[in-house]
Design a binder for this molecule. Structure first.
Ligand code: ADP
Ligand code: MG
Length: 718
């Protein structure tokens, strides 16, 4: 009976061809499995009745009210015809409305009889009204107990007479069938036991018809666990396979170059976090497996020094190092710093970007191939075919989101031993997300800033604070400092009432007369953009007006003010990135979040979090909790990380940990992969790909596929 799940929904009592079509089309329910796995998004306590006087505000959830109908009347003509019922709980009244099957409903319910009505009240013409409520007789001898599920239904379904009640009846019907008892467990029995999970059948019943709150929670937990378990299994398996296929160099010593610099030329004492991270990196590079590590460190946490010392580890083993940055400006900034460090201990460092002159380029190519060049810093130019290393041992990629896996893979040839890879990012990714989404990377975190930083003073100001903000800018300009002003959009958009960059540029020039202003936005050509950036970096322009394109990595220590217009439009993580552009020098710095006066309480709370903390990880956790993981700017472009049905990465970190542990045990060979006869999962279909940075992720429960989204040959690495 293993195909009980596969039974076409149309054979279920009360369904038939027409309804089956609707179910399939509207909510993707085509067979028994789909129906059983069509979980409620919420559970309602059946013993809890609301009184109408308790209802406040808009956006109310579906709820139960007990009472009687006072009267029914039909209103409107033709398609607008509707049945209106006035319902009272004995004190106040609420409207109920039906738009179809009017005759049926008007004959169905009688005034003077006690009912329980169920639905989400909405305000129409200043009164609460429930359209197409579910109505049940209330029996005082047997008052309702337990919990009931609330399901998502589409408008079309409601029009065709489907209610939550219908759906529940169908589900109950399937559960009653003898075949249901034959359903096989989909998790290995050992795992069900070890993690005290509710068995499948019981969990399915309790998802839909829980007898108690505790049982409902056990059921939900089981499905969350199962979902995360299979995701982890896939990701871990993927990374193991990759690890097995790609050989890495086994570095054996830390020698003269590293120790020489470390003991005699280190310009500052490393923070504890920097030291720890370096140990983690060294431990990777010793193994003979290719290092593939993501280094997360807040802006200003000192990742550049880690990149340099990592390079020295390669040098000491007779290898070269490459450091890639996403823009010429960033590459030049890295070069300036690292060249100075390298010069102190006789290390050859060169810079290669799109604008490197031909003659110099030739030199670099030569020196690379004969091995006299030790560290090459640059942009995408490093990926050109002509760039050939003698023996590249480690690649450091700064600001990870601009480079994809395929580009990483381009640094070495197929079949060769791969250089170690260290990817550095300032985007703080919450641990749960990093574990799932970047499961193929090991993660190190620099969670400590170098001592002696003056934290950036963050101010939240509304439109009426404009003069104060202008004065702050004037004062800082007078002190010789530079200013960033960031806008959310390029062009005026009346509908959203956003201040545009163009308007802002004009206003800035008009307000700060005679002060040189430059501007940058995403629609500019790269050369134009770099030229404008350059002006600001060199101090020729004192104010930079821009969109969020300046987010990544630029270091102008003389900039002390970051004004963010329409701050309510940005995600917290993004605000944090922007704020990181100031406070890089010794002077006191300011970040001003200009918000809209009329913003809601949520927005005000979000902005106040920014004023309260400068900890990027706290901010990104808060961001994820408030916005949901699918919404994290700077981490993902769009969409949920995976189509999770029940689990929530923001909240289910603990379950994720256990699921990951279980998956690891399976892959270590101490557990069977699946129980015998396990049914295929409800997630079997290939979901539409999820975009994540440069990847597209396709996932089914049986496999995970990553594809580089930009027409680059992904097979290079897989
Ligand atoms: P990020 O992690 O944002 O790339 P950087 O590497 O640019 O940060 O470092 C920011 C600044 O902090 C640089 O001026 C760097 O020299 C300095 N710095 C880095 N590590 C330390 C340290 N351990 N002690 C003091 N200053 C440090
Ligand atoms: Mg940096």
């Amino acid at each position: 009976m293993s195909d009980f799940f596969e039974n076409d929904i149309k054979y279920l009592k009360g369904v038939g061809e027409a309804r089956a079509k609707t179910l399939a089309k509207e909510i993707g329910v085509a067979n028994f499995r789909d129906l059983l796995y069509y979980f409620p998004f919420r559970h309602i306590d059946r013993s809890r009745f609301f009184s109408i006087s308790e209802l406040h505000g808009e956006d109310l959830p579906a709820l139960q009210i007990k009472g009687q109908f006072i009267s029914f009347s039909t209103e409107g003509e033709g398609v607008r015809k509707r049945l209106k019922g006035i319902f009272t709980d004995g004190r106040k009244m609420i409207e109920t409305v039906w738009f179809n099957n009017i005759n049926y409903f008007s004959s169905q319910y009688r005034p003077g009889v006690e009912y329980v009505i169920f639905g989400a009240p909405k305000i129409f013409n200043h009164v609460y009204s429930i359209s197409h409520p579910e109505v049940e007789l209330y029996n005082p001898e047997k008052p309702p107990t337990g919990f009931r599920g609330v399901y998502t239904l589409t408008e079309t379904m409601r029009k065709k007479g489907f209610s939550v009640l219908t759906l529940r009846r169908l589900i109950a019907e399937v559960i009653k069938m003898p075949g249901f008892q034959q359903i096989k467990e989909t998790l290995p029995a050992e795992i069900v036991d070890r993690y005290h999970l509710m068995p499948l059948k019981e969990a399915l019943v309790n998802m839909h018809f829980p007898a108690s709150h505790a049982e409902m929670q056990k059921a939900v937990e089981r499905f969350k666990f199962e979902e995360l378990y299979y995701i982890e299994l896939n990701i871990l398996r993927f990374s193991m396979e990759r690890g097995a296929k790609i050989r890495g160099y086994a570095f054996s010593r830390i020698g003269e170059k590293f120790n020489g610099f470390y003991n005699h030329h280190l310009p500052f004492a490393l923070t504890g976090a920097q030291k720890r991270v370096l140990k983690e990196i060294w431990a990777d590079m010793k193994t003979g497996r290719q290092m593939n590590r993501l280094l997360q460190g807040d802006v200003g946490s000192g990742k550049t020094m880690v990149a340099f010392l990592t390079s020295l580890m390669a040098l000491d083993n007779g290898f070269q190092a490459a450091i890639m940055a996403p823009t010429e400006i960033l590459a030049s900034q890295h070069f300036a710093v690292i060249k100075e460090w390298g010069d102190k201990c006789g290390i050859n460092v060169a810079l290669l970007t799109g604008s490197t002159r031909q003659s110099e380029r030739r030199h670099i190519h030569e020196d690379l191939e004969n091995g006299s060049l030790n560290i090459l810093i640059g942009t995408h130019a490093l990926l050109e075919d002509r760039v050939k290393f003698k023996n590249l041992g480690v690649v450091v990629i700064d600001e990870q989101h601009r480079f994809g896996v395929a580009q990483r893979a381009k640094m070495w040839n197929k079949g060769e031993t791969a250089p170690h890879v260290l990817v550095m990012t300032a985007t703080p990714i919450p641990r749960t997300l990093a574990m799932t989404v970047y499961g193929d990377l090991d993660v190190s975190v620099i969670d400590e800033l170098p001592p002696g930083r003056t934290p950036v003073t963050t101010l939240v100001r509304w439109d009426n604070g404009r003069v104060e903000v202008d004065n702050l800018i004037f004062n800082q300009l007078r002190l010789g400092r530079q200013i960033y002003i960031v806008y959310p959009l390029i062009k005026e958009n009346e509908k959203l009432d956003l201040k545009s960059l163009e308007m802002g540029y004009q206003r800035t020039c008009d307000t700060f007369v005679g002060v040189p202003v430059c501007y940058v936005h995403g629609k500019m050509r790269p050369e134009e953009k770099e030229a404008q950036m350059e002006k600001f970096v060199k101090g020729e322009a004192r104010i930079m007006v821009s969109t969020t394109v300046i987010e990544v990595g630029v270091n102008v220590p003389n900039a002390t003010v970051m004004v963010i217009e329409n701050a309510e439009r940005f995600g917290l993580s993004q605000l944090h990135q922007l704020r990181g552009r100031v406070g890089r020098g010794a002077d006191r710095s300011y970040c001003v979040l200009m918000g809209k006066q009329t913003s809601g309480a949520d927005t005000k709370k979000r902005l106040s979090i920014m004023a309260e903390t400068t900890d990027g990880f706290l901010i990104s956790e808060a961001d994820m909790k408030m916005r949901g993981p699918g919404d994290m700017e700077g981490t993902m472009q769009s969409g949920m990380p995976f189509s999770l049905r029940v689990a929530n990465l923001a909240k289910d970190g603990q379950i994720l940990n256990r699921a990951r542990e279980a998956a690891m045990a399976v892959l270590a060979g101490t557990q069977p992969l699946l129980s015998e006869g396990a049914a295929p999962s409800p997630n079997e279909k290939i979901e539409s790909p999820i975009r994540l940075n440069d990847y597209e992720i396709y996932m089914t429960r049986k496999e995970l596929r990553l594809r580089f989204a930009k027409d680059v040959d992904w097979s290079l690495i897989s």
